[in-house]
Write a protein that binds this ligand. Structure first.
Ligand SMILES: Nc1ncnc2c1ncn2[C@@H]1O[C@H](COP(=O)(O)OP(=O)(O)O)[C@@H](O)[C@H]1O
Ligand SMILES: [Mg+2]
Length: 597
């Protein structure tokens, strides 16, 4: 029935559109011509003529209009020009995610060749660190970039992780939106299942080369070498593989991609990214060779792996209506109360009943049978009933001591401080903020401070102005801490500020994961962390100022008092011994009055 109505409607639209086309001005007609293809080409002036346009192009229009109409219905079906809706319907086609992201690669961080290089390295390094940590292996990574000419580079990242099982390799590297992290709420660097496959797709698009992967899952197993490409129309992998005889690693993965890129130094360079990654991951050892052949080594600073983050269930305050609908449909809970308790964190029997009551639903209702209005009422009630904050064991910070150690190793300064705030919650998702600060030393004194932004230990180098971290740094009044700051700008001085936001789900502003969204709760936590660092810096600066002042005064005493002694001896004609005594007493009195030690 519904189909019939729709068919009828589309016919109507067709007629109407024709009528419209017929009565409209010629110029308009011509513009439609371009839009709707050659079938509309003969259409002109009057409605009568419009009808004649239904004739095949070779047939004279006049013949068509005088032809006796034997079976109008049949004729219409056979020869009538297709309605616009029908023409449009013919052009409808499913778009695969890979086709979409081929056109919109800027969304994934591949909008220019310099950024593409960084994104590629970043995706591979993120995956290696994630995999090592998940397998409880202290990460040992080697990153190399080789310039192969004509604006092409080969990026290779090798890890000592758990390796990837044979059957999974093609899908991981040759299918977008395929990964192990999306469907769970657990802190990790990757979350969308679109990192490394997107890099592979970019490589394929710009150089035509496949991603080359070598992986071994353990000493007893063979290493395999895969070459993977993506069939972008179907978002499916195309791969070849063979045994790799000469791979000396007992376990791990090596990923190699040839991409069109530009290698640049400076703030947003791969070198800086690796340096910041080393600071934020003191448990990892990193080796990096840039295209110039320069080798940077960052040895491991801590032999302790970060605590494994717990996986959590969604919190009732953070769930969206559509997600709730799907969850209820898929729930294994027999009744509504059971489903709520089973699928969400922090819902006890009492809370579940309170939610049901508020939503006007029976706790015994079948979750799969709820209609849209009921789910909506439930969603509203879930937001209104007081529920404990989610468990915070699921976020793992770097830790105050390690942040300081990392900064001390990576930055030449003379004052370091760091702070790890307690866990907090935004939209039902737990998160934790950490900040570190380095001041003085070799850092440039008359420039804006350097800001290291990190999310789940991953350095963020683009979109600085869009990021919650930048906003919080700007919104903090650094003049309170004796640091100069122009209105609406970062503070200036010999300072490096590091902020890491750790969460089971970092709210990035886009899929390319370059900036953290400005949730008020997140901004507040960052500000509080910065204020603590700021106060400590201010104490340090006060102490330094006092010391300098003291030194200056001490210098005065030491310079001028002996002269007073000489003058006294000359005026009073006192002995040398007596003069020395007077000088000593005077010095002592001055020191004491100025509270010198
Ligand atoms: N070096 C690696 N070692 C082990 N597993 C890996 C490695 N690289 C990728 N993977 C697996 O491939 C999946 C897909 O990776 P990716 O496309 O980057 O998405 P995401 O990291 O967002 O899940 C990961 O979830 C992980 O399970
Ligand atoms: Mg990833």
């Amino acid at each position: 029935m519904a189909a019939k109505t729709r068919a009828r409607k589309s016919k109507k639209t067709g007629k109407k559109a024709k009528g419209k086309g017929g009565t409209s001005r010629k110029s308009k007609d011509e513009s439609q011509l371009g839009l709707f293809g050659k079938a509309g080409g003969k259409r002109t002036g009057s409605p009568k003529r419009a009808r004649s346009a239904r004739a095949p192009e070779s047939e004279p229009a006049i013949l068509e209009s005088t032809e006796p109409e034997k079976s109008p219905k049949k004729r219409r079906r056979g020869r009538r020009k297709k309605s616009i809706a029908e023409q449009m319907a013919e052009r409808q086609r499913e778009i695969s995610v890979s086709e979409f992201f081929t056109k919109n690669r800027h969304l994934l961080g591949f909008d220019n060749p310099a950024k593409a290089l960084l994104t590629t390295v970043k995706e591979a390094v993120d995956n290696s660190l994630d995999a090592c940590e998940e397998a409880k292996i202290l990460p040992e990574l080697e990153v190399t970039i080789d310039d192969v000419g004509e604006g092409r580079y080969i990026v290779r990242v090798t890890d000592n992780g758990p390796g990837i099982v044979y059957g999974q390799i093609p899908k991981i590297f040759g299918k977008l939106l395929y990964g192990s992290k999306f469907h769970r709420l657990k802190q990790s660097r990757g979350q969308q299942g679109m990192g490394i496959s997107a890099a592979g797709m970019y490589g394929q698009l710009t150089t035509g080369k496949p991603t080359v992967i070598i992986s071994r899952t353990g000493e007893g197993n063979d290493a395999y070498r895969f070459e993977v490409k993506i069939d972008t129309r179907k978002n499916k992998p195309e791969s070849t593989d063979r045994k790799e005889e000469n791979w000396d690693k007992p376990h791990g993965t090596s990923v190699e991609l040839e991409i069109e890129a530009t290698y640049r130094g400076g703030k947003r360079s791969v070198d800086k990214y690796i340096e910041q990654t080393a600071i934020a991951n003191p448990h990892a050892s990193l080796r990096f060779r840039n295209p110039k052949g320069e080798l940077s080594e960052y040895p491991r600073l801590s032999d302790e792996l970060p605590r494994e983050p717990n996986e959590i269930k969604p919190h009732p305050h953070g769930v969206e209506l559509g997600v709730l609908m799907t969850m209820l449909k898929d729930s294994r809970g027999r009744d509504l109360k059971g489903a709520l308790m089973r699928d969400f964190s922090r819902i006890s029997a009492r809370v579940a009943c309170a939610i049901c009551e508020r939503a006007g639903l029976s706790p015994g209702a079948r979750p799969k049978r709820l209609v849209a209005e009921q789910v909506e009422a439930l969603h509203r009630a879930m937001g209104e009933v007081k529920v404990m904050n989610p468990p915070t064991s699921c976020v793992v910070p770097i830790g105050e001591e390690l942040i300081r150690k990392g900064l001390e190793h990576g930055v030449q300064a003379d004052f370091f401080t760091s702070v790890t705030r307690g866990p907090a919650v935004y939209r039902g998702n737990p998160f934790q903020v950490e900040a570190g600060l380095a001041w003085g030393g070799d850092l440039p004194a008359d420039e804006l401070c350097t800001l290291y932004r990190l999310a789940n230990r991953v350095p963020l180098q683009y979109q600085q102005s869009d990021c919650a971290i930048t906003k919080a740094v700007i919104d903090t009044d650094w003049r309170n801490y004796k640091v100069s700051q122009a209105r609406g700008a970062l503070p200036s001085g010999p300072m490096v500020i590091l902020v890491d936001v750790a969460s089971v789900w970092v709210p990035f502003t886009s899929e390319s994961k370059e900036a953290v969204a400005r949730y008020p709760e997140i901004l507040r936590e960052i500000r509080l962390a910065l204020q603590i660092c700021g106060r400590r810096l201010s104490h340090h600066l006060s102490a330094r100022r006092r010391e300098t002042e003291e030194g200056r005064k001490r210098d005065y005493i030491e310079t001028y008092i002996p002269h007073i002694g000489i003058a006294l001896r000359e005026i009073l004609g006192s002995s040398e011994k007596r003069t020395a005594q007077v000088v000593e007493t005077l010095t002592d009195t001055l020191r004491r009055s100025r509270k010198f030690k």
